[in-house]
Design a protein around this ligand. Structure first.
Ligand code: EPS
Length: 408
């Protein structure tokens, strides 16, 4: 049985383009290319990016599935050109006659997919690994995520992100670290203001003091030819109770989110709500107690609420109506100017790996990618529950459910 929403990406980092297809978006959703381009531009930003971002200016071409501004229910295909490609047309050519127009890459970078990929696929030229393992591919997922976000916005679901740590320098503004997240409108405003601040920060950090220190740390890493990782936080607002399920392990919303986030290049850990910190507390300290109030306002209309959100909006693998709060940790980028010990795959001789062009830090970009994959998971779960072939049908299904939970 095909999934309710499925997507695939294709394309090499220095190939002619990235392409992707998403199937399952209902008909009647308006998709102006500008909303995709906006997220593509957000992904390219961030203090600490390398020379490549000066070459690329990602814009989408909608190839199929959208007619006169609206989805028609058929698969949506998107294309993003690689502006760097003309410098690589022979090097990345699909034609046999262009073979050997570039020397083979035989020196695997520690921490990259280079060696494990070469061993797995039998490649003697590591270029055939690194071109696809590159995080360039994430531009395609951000484009798909923008479509999913647009779909979710029709149901007042909003997904935001901000960076909470880079190179060990932490923001004081982490939602997870605050241990609670009251579902009052004022509280949501506070969270949205975090996002506004992150949006104008060169490192997507809402804490100005931390931002300064992070920038200094990135400068220091760059001067040393080194790189930095970090942690970002994603918050999904307006998600109704009832997405995902405990009835089977692979239907759990938390599992699906962790899967999608761990699927982003360089992500090494994911936490939901209090996450790892929860393990060290008494149960009575971290469970979110349940309250009920007839006069309460929530976007999805449930009259049950919690004053805390240590669970990060998911209980029993199901959304509980509170904001979904996720943290993801990105390792430092493995392509370094500072030499690292490695072994040439052909000569088997040791060498010190060092590269000229590299990002120093891409955590702000990863945070935008995190929003995209989160949106894709939530959109899929939403369609599983309220699925229909047109937006009108999905809206009817959703409204019926909102009435049901209001009257529960
Ligand atoms: C990447 C290496 C760099 C990054 C690239 C990911 O590219 P290049 O090797 O061309 O300098 O800039 O990221 C992007 C191109 C992008 O769009 O994010 C890698 O090896 O993963």
């Amino acid at each position: 049985m095909p999934e309710k929403l499925r997507y695939l990406t294709s394309g090499e980092s220095h190939g002619c383009a990235l392409i992707c297809i998403i199937e399952g978006i209902p008909s009647g959703l308006s998709i102006p290319p500008q909303i995709i381009n906006k997220d593509l531009a957000r992904r390219q930003k961030g203090y600490g990016r390398g020379g490549r971002m000066k070459i690329e200016a990602d814009t989408v071409k909608i190839i199929s599935g959208v007619h006169w501004g609206k989805t028609i229910g058929s698969p949506i295909a998107l294309l993003i050109e690689n502006k760097d490609w003309p410098n690589w047309d022979k090097a990345m050519s699909p034609l046999e006659e262009d073979k050997n127009s570039l020397p083979h890459v035989t020196r695997p970078r520690p921490g990259h997919a280079d060696l494990s990929g070469a061993l797995k696929y039998g490649h003697r030229d590591i270029r055939d690994v690194l071109e696809r393992s590159s995080a360039r591919e994430t531009a395609a997922r951000v484009a798909l995520g923008a479509v999913a976000k647009k779909f979710l916005s029709e149901f007042n679901i909003k997904i935001i992100s901000h960076v909470i740590e880079i190179g060990g320098v932490s923001s004081q503004q982490s939602v997870g670290a605050r241990r609670y997240l009251a579902p009052l409108p004022g509280r949501a405003d506070y969270l949205l203001s975090l996002f506004d601040k992150a949006e104008v920060s060169p490192v997507r950090c809402a804490d100005k003091m931390a931002e300064k220190k992070i920038i200094a740390k990135i400068d220091k890493a760059r001067a040393k030819g080194d790189t930095l990782g970090g942690i970002f936080e994603i918050i999904a607002f307006g998600v109704p109770p009832g997405l995902g399920s405990y009835i089977q392990w692979d239907r759990r919303l938390n599992a699906r989110l962790a899967y999608a986030l761990m699927g982003i290049q360089a992500i090494k850990g994911v936490e939901i709500g209090l996450g790892f910190e929860m393990a060290g507390h008494f149960g009575s300290e971290v469970m979110d107690e349940i309250f009920y109030d007839r006069s309460r306002f929530t976007v999805h209309g449930s009259l049950f609420y919690r004053k805390t959100n240590n669970a990060g909006g998911i209980e029993g693998g199901i959304s509980n109506g509170m904001p979904i709060v996720i943290k993801a940790a990105m390792k430092p980028i493995p392509t370094l100017k500072k030499p690292l010990q490695s072994v040439d795959i052909i000569s088997k001789k040791p060498f010190k790996a060092a590269y000229e062009r590299s990002d120093v830090c891409a955590v702000p970009a990863a945070s935008v990618i995190g929003e995209a994959v989160t949106a894709l998971v939530i959109a899929e779960c939403f369609l599983e529950k309220f699925g229909g072939d047109s937006m009108g049908e999905v809206k009817r299904n959703y409204e019926g459910y909102l009435k049901q939970i209001r009257e529960f």
